[in-house]
Design a protein around this ligand. Structure first.
Ligand code: PMP
Length: 409
């Protein structure tokens, strides 16, 4: 480079190269990866006068903050413990936490050993790892209509084709079937024992893997929970090693989602491969968080669960009572036995997304439109209500506003 050219450059800077066209560089799998309408929408809900049934998240008043704080303190106060708590750990997850999960899975009717358990960063990561393990591009995946949107987001990156129950009953064979059998997101509905057995029959007949998402399982309002699919499967198969079900559990709804601790329980042959994927993804879940969760569940966890169940039951019942009081004719809804959600079906012709726009502008009430929860054949005249965050008084007022909105001007 000559001094002349250097000085002419100083006077007239060369145009910078155009920025990369990132959209043109994306891998094929990104074609299916879309922003969640719900996440976009949740950003609009900060205004204090909006009564919101949109956020399906745990009530922060129920977080065991003191117990988690004390557990973290204990781990860090002692240099020997801190040396472990702040260190890398194995990809499978802490042995003590896995032992506790083995014990809990036994109580759920699914006898297993630590070799059957992988700790994941919430059950969301479990779904991603399972998608990576089992879905090749174009493979069919059976999902409910509607189903958990986060599962669709996790699976979409592996480029599946979605099937519904009728298509599989008619003869199609998916690679896997995903189901939330207890107090589902978004419907609040649960499978009966007979429906669980029938789903296992179908999985056996079409020879697919069942992915059981047990995220809300511990939040049953009253009485005994029905057996997980994994438990029924083990009873049929003779042992977990012969089962075809992978159960995804989580502490997000019972302790706190910020811990990011979930698990997969299933045959060791699948868990071993999932451990390798977990290692390649993020090595392991935070050691400190695993230790804190492990301590937090050692004592008083069942009493804590009872408190949660009572609190969500009161809110769930308040919502169903308010719906019965205020909703106009032609609106139907699910009556949940646990969890955080009620699913409304509106008169034909009403559109949940359009209703939300009007609800925000006029009645100042928010909820989630139902259409995004359908992988195929969306039903736009549906909405999801969550009762986990508002108070009982807010639930009544919000449902009253919603009823006015649905009834129209
Ligand atoms: N499954 C279902 C059905 C859920 O509703 C959620 C959270 N919204 C998850 C999985 C993921 O939760 P996490 O990753 O916090 O365990």
């Amino acid at each position: 480079m000559t001094p002349a050219s250097a000085s002419s450059r100083a006077e007239e800077p060369e145009p910078r190269p155009a920025p990369l066209d990132w959209a043109a560089r994306l891998s094929g799998r990104m074609g299916r990866v879309k922003a969640s309408e719900i996440r976009e929408l949740l950003k609009l809900l900060d205004q204090p006068d909006i009564l919101s049934f949109a956020g399906g998240i745990p009530d922060p008043a129920l977080f065991p903050a003191e117990e988690i704080g004390a557990a973290v303190q204990r781990q860090l106060a002692d240099p020997a413990l801190a040396g472990q708590a702040l260190q890398y750990t194995v990809s499978e997850g802490l042995p003590a936490l896995r032992r506790w999960i083995v014990e809990r899975m036994g109580r759920w009717g699914a006898p297993c050993t630590e070799a059957n358990v992988l700790i994941t960063a919430g059950s969301q990561q479990a779904l991603d790892l399972i998608g990576k393990l089992l879905i090749s591009p174009g493979d069919a995946v059976l999902v409910d209509r509607p189903t958990y949107l986060g599962a669709l987001q996790a699976f979409n990156a592996y480029e599946p084709a979605y099937l519904d129950r009728e298509e599989v009953e008619a003869g199609a064979a998916p690679a896997l079937g995903y189901v939330v059998p207890d107090y589902a997101n978004p419907t609040g509905a649960s499978l009966t024992l007979a429906e669980r057995e029938a789903l296992l029959d179908l999985a056996e007949a079409r020879d697919f893997v069942l992915v059981e998402d047990a995220a809300y399982r511990e939040l049953r309002f009253e009485g005994e929970a029905r057996p997980p699919l994994l438990a029924l499967d083990i009873a049929r198969a003779g042992s977990i090693e012969a089962a075809r079900t992978l159960l995804c559990g989580t502490f997000s709804k019972t302790l706190a989602p910020a811990l990011r601790i979930g698990w997969i329980c299933g045959p060791a042959a699948a868990i071993e491969k999932l451990v390798l994927l977990k290692q390649g993804c993020d090595l392991h879940v935070s050691t400190l968080n695993q230790l804190a969760a492990c301590e937090a569940v050692q004592e008083g966890y069942d009493q804590h669960l009872s408190r949660l169940r009572l609190a969500y039951r009161a809110k769930g019942q308040a919502m169903c009572a308010a719906l019965a009081r205020h909703m106009p004719a032609g609106v139907t809804w699910t009556e949940p036995e646990g969890g955080m959600f009620v699913w409304l079906t509106l008169p034909e012709g009403l559109d949940g997304a359009e209703l939300l726009a009007r609800g925000l502008a006029t009645e100042r009430v928010a909820f989630v439109p139902g259409a995004p929860f359908f992988a195929t054949g969306a039903q736009p005249n549906t909405i999801r209500l969550s009762y986990s965050l508002p108070t009982e008084a807010q639930i009544d007022e919000g449902v009253k506003r919603l009823a006015r909105l649905i009834a129209g001007p």
